[in-house]
Design a protein around this ligand. Structure first.
Ligand code: ADP
Ligand code: MG
Length: 461
């Protein structure tokens, strides 16, 4: 029938515009390398900010004592504490708590945001049991993971450049987030020092390195996407400060803002971007990360509903609601192995009020999820390939040394198709060209990483 044919047509067109053949992925990897060099050469030299993290030494495993971590950067924020026992005992104890951020706080004022965080942190500190011991006479120390682009001026200070991922708090832009947090903690009467301000990628790198000294790159594939890696200080022309003893500096790429003419961008991506809080920005992130995948799929399904009556002769009104489909819904539908695609049917009912869907319709929905998910995984692979290529070309790096990429984020952790596709694409894109690599899941690297960096940058060291 004609309607089915039209739906097929839309699908074929989607497949065509999303296609990311190997050649294209290699061009993207090379473009990433070019942008990395440009961003390191000059402040503002690239859409990639290539931010200095002021982390010049990563954890070794010798760290000791009680440290707190705070992880803000998505829908939830996490507080945690760890008791570090040095080389032998490692992580003696850890406790964490996840707290969801009320939506009005995400778009309110800076005072409200930091006030909320500090009060939750104070409540958490109040539950500290005997298993945790701060050294006599010392102040508690905190590593603050703040996963938005920040221009740092030292390990424990930095100003917010812009919000991403659905946050929009105007009076916080340009403010020193450590000063804001410290002031809010003081108001709560909480005696704690912020020892380090980092980003989730940097935290993941630190957390990964604590367990495996071959970890040199970290990637986030969660609500947003970003990467950090260890760069030789001498490869950073824009840095005019004192070179660190280690000769190294962790760079927070802010790769979510990457853009290239080689990116396979569709009408759906363009519309999503226009409707977003930050049009024109974070283009790479909008093709890849968990915050957006569901909404790209929704937009495709809406077109199929309008032009091909995918869900019957009326368009389900909920399908017009932005972000009604979330990336974990996409993931569940995509992984549906029941013969009748029952999970797809249930998700369609639950999320967009489609009471009765045909098998043909369900199959098409799965195909849309598949196309959008694979594209995301392939594009992420191209980015990682770029970073590995950049590191591989460095004449000062040990050639053929194994590199481990620590990856954190629910998208990578829970979406098996995404993860397998990323791994396979990365192997293909790199071919024989670069050193051996391993991808390693680093669950909650960012939280633990913050505490570890606080330890390695403690005022008592
Ligand atoms: P954050 O990036 O905010 O620190 P996470 O790493 O926990 O947080 O990632 C959360 C994001 O991952 C959610 O916004 C959602 O988009 C996505 N996500 C959560 N669960 C799944 C899942 N099962 N499959 C795919 N994506 C998921
Ligand atoms: Mg995270």
């Amino acid at each position: 029938n004609g309607k089915l044919a039209r739906a097929e047509e839309i699908l074929v067109e989607l497949q065509r515009t999303c296609a990311s053949p190997l050649e294209r992925l290699r061009q993207l990897a090379d473009a990433m390398v070019v942008e990395m060099h440009a961003g390191l050469a000059l402040e503002g030299g690239s859409r990639l900010k290539m931010l200095l993290s002021y982390v010049d030494s990563l954890p070794t495993g010798d760290e000791e004592g009680l440290f707190y971590g705070l992880d803000l950067g998505g829908t939830n924020f996490r507080v945690l504490r760890v008791q570090l026992g040095g080389k032998e005992k490692r992580i003696v104890d850890r406790e964490a708590k996840e707290i969801s951020i009320p939506p009005h706080i995400m778009v309110g004022s800076s005072g409200e945001l930091f006030g909320f965080i500090a009060s939750e942190l104070a409540k958490f500190v109040a539950t500290e049991g005997d298993k945790f011991q701060v050294f006599d006479g010392r102040q508690r120390e905190l590593g603050f993971t703040f996963s938005f682009p920040v221009r740092q001026s030292s390990i424990a200070s930095g100003t917010l450049i812009k919000w991403t991922k659905g946050f929009s708090i105007e009076d916080a832009v340009g403010a020193d987030v450590v000063a804001e947090l410290t002031a809010a903690m003081d108001k709560q009467g909480l005696d704690m020092r912020v020892a380090a301000l980092i980003n989730d990628t940097v935290g993941t790198l630190a957390g990964g390195r604590y367990y495996d000294e071959d970890v040199t790159v970290a990637v986030i594939l969660g609500t947003g996407t970003n990467a950090a890696y260890v760069e030789r200080a001498s490869n950073i022309p824009k840095w005019h400060g004192l070179l660190p003893k280690s000769g190294e500096m962790v760079i927070n790429m802010e790769w979510g803002n990457f853009k290239s003419s080689h990116l396979p961008i569709t009408e759906f991506d363009r519309a999503l971007d226009e409707d977003s809080l930050n049009p024109g920005e974070q283009i790479y992130e909008k093709l890849i990360s968990g915050m957006y995948l569901g909404d790209i799929v929704r937009r495709v399904l809406l077109k199929m509903a309008e032009e091909a009556e995918l869900f019957g002769d009326t368009v389900p009104s909920k399908l017009r609601a932005p972000f009604i489909l979330r990336s974990h819904d996409i993931s569940s539908m995509h992984h549906d192995i029941s013969p009748d695609l029952e999970v797809v049917a249930a998700k369609l009912k639950e999320n967009i009020g489609v009471i009765d869907s045909s098998f043909e319709t369900r199959k098409m929905v799965v195909q849309v999820c598949d196309i959008i998910t694979r594209r995301a995984a392939q594009l992420a692979a191209a980015g990682i390939a770029g970073v590995l290529k950049k590191l591989g070309k460095d004449p000062s790096s040990k050639s053929n040394h194994k590199r481990v990429v620590a990856i954190d984020g629910a998208l990578f952790e829970h979406n098996t198709v995404f993860r397998n596709c990323l791994e396979r694409s990365l192997t293909q894109v790199l071919g024989e060209e670069v050193c051996p690599f391993t991808l390693k899941r680093a669950n909650d690297g960012s939280g633990i990483g913050a505490a570890l960096i606080a330890a390695s940058h403690s005022q008592y060291n």
